[in-house]
Design a protein around this ligand. Structure first.
Ligand SMILES: Cc1cc2nc3c(=O)[nH]c(=O)nc-3n(C[C@H](O)[C@H](O)[C@H](O)COP(=O)(O)O)c2cc1C
Length: 158
């Protein structure tokens, strides 16, 4: 017996997380970006992180095709960017400030941290795929993170 979807969502919403936008591109060079909270540190040596991407997401095929991705950890004032990359749109990058990083992928300006990753492994994860990347370059800025808890954005208190 397993739990219902509703119970799963309610239980997991009690786990506070940061918010990231992960960027990549498909074989045609088209850029993709998706808001992701399913991100975590995996290994220090080598430096690995993982992200989980829903198989039904419009950008999933790009993650399947690409050998790299960039994790942009959002700052507390980037809620609009999070909502933007969490919505469906054909060109998510017009009007967004970014520079070109690993494999010419978009590295978002003003994020708290940018992690440029080379794909090392991908794993089955039910209705998601788990991508593990090795960090080749980190750009670290100061500031407070954007948080997500119980279905709402939050800021650090105090
Ligand atoms: C705060 C937040 C966190 C999210 N985390 C994830 C995640 O970890 N993995 C995922 O596949 N989708 C996640 N989503 C949903 C995607 O961002 C959303 O489905 C998006 O529209 C997918 O874009 P695409 O269809 O253009 O790929 C999250 C959305 C929000 C608002």
């Amino acid at each position: 017996m397993s739990i219902s979807k509703e119970e799963f969502r309610r239980a997991l919403s009690r786990f506070a997380s940061g918010v990231t936008v992960v960027t990549t591109k498909d074989n045609d060079g088209k850029l993709f970006g998706i808001t992701v909270s399913a991100f975590c540190s995996v290994s220090l040596e080598p430096p690995l992180v993982l992200i989980c991407i829903e198989k039904s997401a419009g950008s999933h095929h790009a993650f399947e095709q690409s050998r790299a991705f960039v994790v942009n950890i959002l700052g507390e004032n980037q809620q609009t960017i999070s909502n933007h990359f969490a919505s469906h749109s054909d060109d998510k990058f017009s009007g967004i400030s970014y520079r070109s990083g690993i494999e010419n992928l978009p590295v978002l300006e003003d994020a708290l941290t940018n992690l440029e990753c080379r794909l090392r492994y991908s794993h089955e994860g039910g209705d998601h795929t788990i991508y593990v990347g090795e960090i080749e370059k980190a750009t670290i800025n100061d500031g407070n993170p954007l948080l997500y808890f119980q279905g709402n954005y939050q800021k650090l208190d105090g």
